[in-house]
Design a protein around this ligand. Structure first.
Ligand SMILES: [Zn+2]
Length: 615
C-alpha cells in the first residue's frame, strides 16, 4: 500500500469515525434520602431508533462469577420524554423494563436501595455511597458501545470525595468509554483519606497510584500504611518488570475498613474495591494481604485475561476454565509478595501455605476433580446464594488454594528441575504474550507457552495432563524439602473420624449439619447430613467439643459403637477411627533438621526481596 492510498484511507476512516461517534448515555445520581439508604438515579439516552427500548439491571458483576438478583433493590421505575411527558414502562422480567414508545430520547428514573458494602453490592448511608456499578446502575440494551457519563450530586455538608477508576472530566463528570468499562468501575463517595504517588515504567511513562482509604485513623497512621503499600507495589512490579499502562494514567486502591462492611476484595482494570470488616489500627498486615491479591490481578486476570471471560456477560453467570490460574496463581503471589516485601517472616510464610496444601492433599474434592473442573464451579460458589444443601464437602475444593498449590509446585519444579527458570519468568512471558497484547488465553495457550518456556513440550504436556486437566498431585513433600520445609502430619497417630459442620446441639445429641466426607469413618459408617449423633462408645453426646474430646481420647484403628437418629429412627453402627490426615509445613529449623547451603540459596532466590530503589 502506498502513502497516498494510506492517507485517503485515513481520511475516510476518520470521517467514518465522526459519523459513528455516539452520544453518551448520561446518568445523574442524587442521594436525597440517603439516611434511609436510597439513591435516585436517572438515565438520559438519545439517538434511539424507533421501537421498544429495554433497560435492565445486570445479573452478574465483573470478577464475581455467580449470578445475583440486583433487580430486587430497584423500584419506582418511571420514564419520560425530552419534554418531561411520562412514557409507558412495562416490566418484562424482575430486572428488565421496556419503554415501548418514544421519540428518540428517553429519561428513565428509579430508586436504588442498598445496605451492603462489599465488592459486589451497594451501600447508601450518611457515611458513604459505596456503589458497585452492576448492583446500582441500569443500562440500555443496544447502547453497550456508547460512552457513559455520570454526575454525582453530593448532599451538602457531607464532605464526600469521589474515588473511582472512571475518568474525571470538566464539570464534575465521570466518564467511561463503554458499558464494559463503566460496569467495571466501582465508585465510592465518602470522606476518605487520599494519598497518591508516581512510578516510572521502563518506557519512561509515569503511572500514578492512588489510595482512597475510608477508615478511622490518624494522618500519621495512614502515611505509615501508605509506605507499606508502596513497598508492596514495588515488589509486585518487580515480578513483571513494569506496571500496566493504566487507561487514564492511574490506578486506585479503594479500601474501606470499618465494622459496617462485609469482608471482600474485588479486582478491576484500573482499581480495586476492598472492604475489610474491623478496625484499621493494628490490622495493617491483614489489610495489606487483601490488597496484595487484588493488585496482582491488574496483570493476572484484568489484562492476562481468560478467553472464557471476554467479553464479560452482565446477563448470565460467567463460567471459566482458567480460574485455577487467574485466581489461584494470584493467590500464590499475593502471599509470596508479602514475604518478599518483608511483611511475613519465613516461618509465617510456611504457616500460610498450610491451608492451600491441606485443601489440595487432604480434601475429597481435590482427590477426584481437576483444577479446571473446580474453576467451573465458581458460577455457584463465588458468593452465589442458594437455600438448598450441596455436596461441596465431597465434590468441591476451591480453585483459589488448588491453583495456589499448583503455582507453588510449578515454581519449585521450574527452580529445581531447570536451569535459571522461575515462575516469575514464566509470568513475564505470559504477560508479554497475552497481557500487554491483551490477547485472551485458553488453558492450551498456557500449556503451549510452558512448553516453549521450558524448552520441553513433554514437561508442559505432562504437567497439564496430570495436574491441570486431571486430579493427580505433585510431590509436595519432596519439592518443599528442597527449600528446607518439612511437610508432616499435623497430629500424627491421633484419631479422626471425619470433618463436618456441627449443627446446634439438641437435648438429644449432636446434629451433623453438612455432608460427611467420603472415605472418612463417619461416611463409611453411613452417617450423613441431618443425622443426630446420640452416643459414641456408650457415652451420650451433648455438644461438639465434648464429642471432639471423646474422639481424641481414642487411638487410630479403634472401633466405636455410634448410635444416631436418622429422620426419627434410631440406628446403631460401628465405625473405625482413622489417623488425622491433615498436614503442617514447618521449617527444617523448627523441626531440628539441618539446612544445607543449597536450601538456603533456593530460599533466597525464591523468597528474597526483588525490588530495588530503581524500580
Ligand atoms: Zn481474586
Amino acid at each position: 500500500m502506498n502513502y497516498k492510498t494510506l492517507t485517503t484511507l485515513t481520511v475516510l476512516l476518520l470521517s467514518a469515525k465522526i459519523i459513528v461517534a455516539q452520544h453518551a448515555v448520561r446518568y445523574d445520581v442524587s442521594f436525597t434520602n440517603y439516611k434511609h439508604h436510597e439513591a435516585e438515579i436517572t438515565i438520559n439516552v438519545d439517538e434511539l431508533s424507533s421501537g421498544p427500548v429495554l433497560f435492565r439491571m445486570s445479573r452478574s458483576s465483573p470478577g464475581r462469577y455467580a449470578t445475583h438478583e440486583f433487580g430486587k433493590n430497584v423500584y419506582n421505575v418511571k420514564a419520560f420524554d425530552q419534554q418531561g411527558k411520562p412514557l409507558d414502562v412495562k416490566r418484562l422480567e424482575g430486572d428488565l423494563y421496556e419503554v415501548p414508545n418514544h421519540k428518540g430520547a428517553i429519561k428513565l428514573s428509579y430508586t436504588l436501595y442498598g445496605v451492603h458494602a462489599d465488592g459486589t453490592y451497594a451501600d447508601i448511608d450518611p457515611t458513604q455511597a459505596h456503589l458497585n456499578i452492576p448492583a446500582s446502575f441500569m443500562w440500555v440494551k443496544g447502547k453497550e458501545k456508547s460512552p457513559v457519563e455520570v454526575k454525582f450530586n453530593i448532599p451538602e455538608g457531607l464532605n464526600w470525595k469521589v474515588a473511582s477508576q472512571l475518568d474525571y472530566k470538566p464539570n464534575d463528570v465521570y466518564y467511561a468509554p463503554s458499558l464494559q468499562y463503566f460496569m467495571d468501575s466501582p465508585t465510592e463517595l465518602s470522606n476518605h483519606f487520599q494519598r497518591s504517588w508516581q512510578l516510572k515504567n521502563p518506557d519512561g511513562k509515569q503511572q500514578s497510584i492512588k489510595l482512597a482509604l475510608h477508615t478511622i485513623a490518624t494522618d500519621a497512621e495512614v502515611d505509615n500504611y501508605t509506605e507499606m503499600v508502596k513497598r508492596l507495589v514495588l515488589e509486585q512490579k518487580a515480578v513483571f518488570g513494569e506496571l500496566p499502562n493504566y487507561d487514564f494514567g492511574n490506578y486506585t486502591f479503594i479500601q474501606n475498613v470499618n465494622m459496617y462492611v462485609k469482608g471482600d476484595g474485588m479486582e478491576h482494570r484500573n482499581s480495586t474495591m476492598i472492604t475489610n470488616q474491623g478496625a484499621f489500627r493494628g490490622n495493617e498486615i491483614d489489610l495489606l494481604s487483601t490488597l496484595s491479591h487484588e493488585f496482582f490481578h491488574q496483570w493476572n486476570v484484568e489484562r492476562i485475561r481468560p478467553k472464557t471471560l471476554e467479553p464479560f456477560d452482565f446477563e448470565h453467570a460467567n463460567m471459566s476454565n482458567e480460574l485455577w490460574f487467574a485466581e489461584g496463581f494470584t493467590n500464590y503471589y499475593g502471599t509470596l509478595l508479602l514475604k518478599r516485601a518483608g511483611f511475613y517472616s519465613f516461618d509465617t510464610y510456611c504457616m500460610m501455605l498450610n491451608s492451600c496444601l491441606n485443601s489440595v492433599l487432604s480434601l475429597p474434592g481435590a482427590k477426584q476433580y481437576s483444577p479446571v473442573t473446580m474453576s467451573n464451579q465458581a458460577v455457584f460458589v463465588d458468593a452465589g446464594v442458594a437455600v438448598d444443601q450441596t455436596n461441596y464437602p465431597n465434590i468441591f475444593v476451591s480453585y483459589y488454594p488448588y491453583g495456589e498449590a499448583t503455582a507453588l509446585a510449578l515454581d519449585l519444579r521450574l527452580r529445581t528441575e531447570f536451569k535459571n527458570l522461575t515462575l516469575d519468568k514464566f509470568m513475564q512471558l505470559v504477560w508479554q504474550k497475552h497481557g500487554k497484547t491483551e490477547i485472551p488465553y485458553t488453558n492450551s495457550d498456557l500449556q503451549k507457552l510452558l512448553g516453549e518456556f521450558t524448552g520441553s513440550k513433554d514437561f508442559a504436556d505432562d504437567f497439564f495432563n496430570r495436574y491441570i486437566y486431571n486430579a493427580e498431585k505433585n510431590n509436595y513433600e519432596l519439592l518443599l524439602g528442597k527449600a528446607g520445609i518439612l511437610l508432616r502430619k499435623t497430629a500424627p497417630e491421633k484419631a479422626w473420624l471425619g470433618d463436618f459442620q456441627p449443627g446446634q446441639s439438641t437435648y438429644r445429641g449432636l446434629k451433623i449439619a453438612s455432608a460427611t466426607q467420603k472415605g472418612s469413618p463417619l461416611y463409611e459408617a453411613g452417617l450423613d447430613i441431618n443425622d443426630i449423633i446420640l452416643s459414641v462408645d456408650g457415652q451420650n453426646i451433648s455438644d461438639f467439643s465434648a464429642f471432639q474430646r471423646l474422639i481424641a481420647g481414642h487411638n487410630v484403628g479403634d472401633r466405636l459403637t455410634i448410635v444416631y437418629d436418622h429422620r426419627g429412627t434410631n440406628n446403631s453402627t460401628i465405625l473405625t477411627l482413622q489417623e488425622n490426615p491433615y498436614l503442617t509445613a514447618i521449617t527444617y529449623e523448627q523441626a531440628g533438621l539441618d539446612v544445607t547451603a543449597a536450601m538456603k540459596k533456593l530460599r533466597e532466590e525464591w523468597l528474597g526481596m526483588k525490588a530495588t530503589s530503581v524500580n
